[in-house]
Write a protein that binds this ligand. Structure first.
Ligand SMILES: Cc1cc2nc3c(=O)[nH]c(=O)nc-3n(C[C@H](O)[C@H](O)[C@H](O)COP(=O)(O)OP(=O)(O)OC[C@H]3O[C@@H](n4cnc5c(N)ncnc54)[C@H](O)[C@@H]3O)c2cc1C
Length: 546
């Protein structure tokens, strides 16, 4: 097999200087905002109202120096979660809300602005002292998702940085997101952590013990946020999603109660599964204050393989055929020719710009190699070519890093663009159909659009690149996104495989799940958070009545 030829191709045209230059040039949309994101993202948002006064810059009520605030925020901060002090939980608030016209999926969520009371601010100040801010830029930053076309229609009135569980309980409307590993149980292969720890940080900590946590979403993601979004990533095909890898949670509820959702046993049939209720609740039901995670052994040996195809449909068919053999791949990722082009530009590589599959096989050396050979045959049967593989640790690490940074590669290719990220997931047998229908639309569109799929799970992303200053481009991106979501829904799929609902996907939920499911969600929300203080306005569309 062409190990050395692939390895040299992979390293070939890459002048280090070029890589640096390209990544540096894209820093407006990637690295600088990424750093900023990293720096202050761990925070607790207090959003008294649905605030639409984006243009206003209210005066700073307290004069904190941000240089004092930031280290505190990093050291002791909590998960970013919006809390509202609206006292009137509206069981059905369809005022000012339109769900679009015929066949439309538009949903405008509007709200009225109620001035935050001085009394409330003083209460917060008494609890948080200097660990809060009303600085407009900080509030706007925390109200606008990063690397997302969603705009901050509503921004929080105050951002607080609580320091302890007591503070959390006192203000109720808060969370406790420290970054510590509380207990590692090597023999049990589990770990108890505070929610602010990042998955990458955690894996650095676990490596000397020969263990790792097998979920790999965005590079800056924290365990608390990962639980809240029920995230996954490229390894989910082997290890499952966050739903499958959390053993127990400690939750602070809206009434201040601190609830343990399980024991440390790997299995349990003890009552309602509160752990899974909280996983994916996006901060709407409670604040995750502690997490017990299931760990895995670092594989003894692994092989990474790559191959090319004439079309994305061929690539998707080959991925599905591989899954149907029963081979337990640990990763199978599909990238289209546009994504490979972006990777080449951003990283100074010279990979063939055609639809590509990337595999990872793990186990013993003999087992990994055997799997590699079986899959090589499947690839040839599906018009695949240039099958190459590597087991060199450095090459493998670089390859997955490049794959993980695919979004930033797109920004390097189109530095003035933002990305609208499609995140649909369909039953495995429908993946090729979903991708080829979507690809037809993408090819006919004036917008550039890269496709990446966690192909072994039927989860497919399109990164639609558009100029945010061009209204027409935004509309076209929304049209494409809508189309792909509706294609997935028509094939018994979902509008979000791993990124969650937030506010942007609310409009699809009724079609996907039915009104009864949404009413059930709203009843749960009303019981656990009667004053609607936990991330109000997320997940459940406002027109749902109970
Ligand atoms: C380049 C890139 C690649 C990505 N790849 C993947 C991928 O492969 N798979 C995937 O699933 N996702 C992926 N993502 C998306 C992202 O990484 C995940 O959604 C991740 O789970 C978000 O974690 P976070 O810590 O950033 O959460 P945040 O964005 O901070 O928060 C997400 C939500 O969780 C809530 N929350 C946060 N902390 C708590 C808490 N302690 N208690 C209660 N609620 C809380 C927040 O209020 C918010 O509603 C990617 C993102 C990027 C930028």
């Amino acid at each position: 097999m062409a190990f050395s030829s692939w390895f040299s191709r992979f390293n070939s045209s890459s002048s280090k200087q070029h890589i640096h230059r390209v990544l540096h040039n894209s820093s407006t949309s990637s690295s600088s905002s990424f750093n900023h994101y990293y720096r202050i993202r761990h925070s607790l948002l207090v959003n008294e109202v649905l605030n639409s006064n984006k243009g206003e810059k209210p005066p700073l009520l307290f004069s904190w120096s941000s240089s004092l605030l930031l280290p505190l925020a990093l050291a002791v901060s909590a998960g970013s979660i919006a809390l509202s002090s609206q006292s009137n939980f509206s069981f059905c608030d369809s005022r000012g809300i339109s769900v679009g016209g015929k066949d439309s999926t538009d949903l405008d969520v509007k709200g009225s602005y109620k001035k935050v009371s001085q009394e409330f601010l003083e209460e917060l100040k008494a609890i948080c002292q200097d660990n809060m801010t009303m600085d407009y830029d900080d509030r706007y930053f925390h109200g606008k998702p990063q690397h997302s076309f969603h705009k901050a229609i509503n921004i929080p009135d105050v951002v607080v940085f609580p320091r302890s569980e007591e503070e959390v309980s006192k203000i109720v409307t808060s969370c406790n997101k420290h970054k510590k590993v509380k207990a590692l149980h090597v023999e049990d292969m589990d770990v108890v952590v505070e929610p602010g720890i990042g998955w990458m940080e955690l894996n650095d900590y676990l490596e000397p013990y020969g263990l790792f946590f097998p979920l790999d979403p965005g590079p800056g993601a924290t365990i608390g946020g990962m639980c809240a979004t029920r995230c996954s990533g490229s390894l989910a095909v082997r290890y499952g999603t966050m739903r499958d890898n959390v053993i127990n949670l400690k939750i602070v509820l809206a009434n201040g109660d601190i609830v343990k959702t399980g024991s440390r046993a790997r299995k349990s049939a003890a009552g309602y599964d509160l752990t899974r209720l909280m996983i994916g609740s996006e901060g709407t039901l409670g604040v995750i204050a502690e997490v017990t995670l299931r760990l895995q052994k670092i594989p003894q040996y692994s092989v990474v393989a790559m191959c090319n195809f004439p079309t994305v449909k061929d690539a998707a068919d080959a991925a599905i055929a591989t899954m149907l053999t029963g081979i337990q791949v640990s990763r199978v990722e599909l990238l289209d020719e546009v994504q490979i082009k972006a990777i080449n530009i951003a990283n100074g590589k010279n990979l063939p710009e055609s639809p590509t599959l990337m595999f990872e096989f793990i186990g013993t050396e003999a087992y990994s190699r055997e799997q590699t050979l079986i899959v090589q045959n499947i690839i040839s049967d599906h018009s695949g070519s240039d099958f190459v593989f590597a087991d060199d640790p450095k090459a493998k690490k670089e390859l997955w890093k490049i794959r993980k940074e695919a979004l930033w590669a797109c920004f390097a290719m189109k530095p003035t663009c933002e990305a609208m990220i499609v995140d649909v997931c369909v039953p495995l047998s429908q993946l090729a159909e979903t991708i080829s229908r979507s690809k037809q639309e993408i090819d006919a569109s004036p917008l550039e659009c890269a496709v990446i799929a966690h192909a072994g799970d039927g989860n497919f992303h399109a990164l639609i690149l558009f100029d945010p200053n061009e209204e027409e481009q935004l509309r076209e991106a929304e049209r494409l996104n809508n189309l792909m979501v509706h294609t997935a829904l028509s094939l018994e799929g979902t509008c979000t495989g791993e990124h969650g609902v937030g506010t942007g996907k609310m409009k699809y939920l009724e079609k996907e799940l039915g009104i009864e499911a949404l009413r059930t969600m709203k009843r749960i929300k009303a019981v656990l958070d009667p004053n609607n203080i936990m991330n109000p306005g997320k997940i459940i569309p406002p027109h749902v009545c109970i």
